[in-house]
Design a protein around this ligand. Structure first.
Ligand SMILES: [Fe+2]
Ligand SMILES: [Fe+2]
Length: 182
């Protein structure tokens, strides 16, 4: 039996989807003026940058997608190339959401629409992105990546985890759970 190389990533998607659900819940309320907790959006940016991007996307970009390219998937005009473009597109929405949330926190008015629009655009992009990975790209990886290189992939994930603090994931789970209670 081949060693599993995608379940850990699917589990990370579950936490990312919980943050996406919070964005989808709060952004419409920000748009209509009833939710003005700007810190939620700044904590959302921190979650996305550190947990979704530096941690999860780094495992994909530096480890799993590299392995796919080394095992026959083209680097350009391919599912991997499309996933990388979506990671970049997500970063643009997050940057815009952060800028507007910082301005709102500092007292500028009229930032609600920009915050909500970028939060919802990010949520829609990532929801679709995660479903493509969960349903198409990861199952493909499990089919095509040979057992001989799986140990290296698992070591690559471990190296990404070793670069984080010991309580990294539990910290972000607590952040999400806290806002779910709000
Ligand atoms: Fe991804
Ligand atoms: Fe992913």
């Amino acid at each position: 039996m081949k060693r599993d190389i995608t379940t850990a990533l699917v589990n990370e998607h579950r936490l990312i989807l919980r943050m996406i659900s919070l964005l989808e819940r709060n952004a419409p309320r920000t748009e209509d003026g009833s939710y003005t907790n700007w810190q939620f959006y700044l904590d959302g940016v921190d979650f996305i940058r550190n947990f979704a991007d530096r941690f999860h996307h780094a495992k994909e970009e530096d480890v799993l997608f590299e392995a796919l390219v080394n095992n026959g998937m083209p680097r350009e005009n391919s599912p991997v190339a499309a996933m990388l473009m979506e990671h970049d597109q997500g970063r643009v929405f997050v940057k815009a959401m952060e800028t507007a949330a910082l301005e709102a926190r500092d007292g500028q008015t009229g930032r609600e629409q920009i915050i909500a629009a970028n939060a919802l655009a990010y949520a829609a992009l990532l929801r679709e992105h995660i479903s493509k990975e969960d349903e198409i790209l990861y199952p493909l990886a499990e089919r095509v990546i040979p057992e001989t290189i799986r140990e290296g992939i698992i070591a690559g994930y471990a190296a990404a985890e070793a670069r984080t603090e010991a309580d990294f994931t539990s910290h972000y789970e607590a952040v999400v759970a806290g806002y779910e209670q709000e």
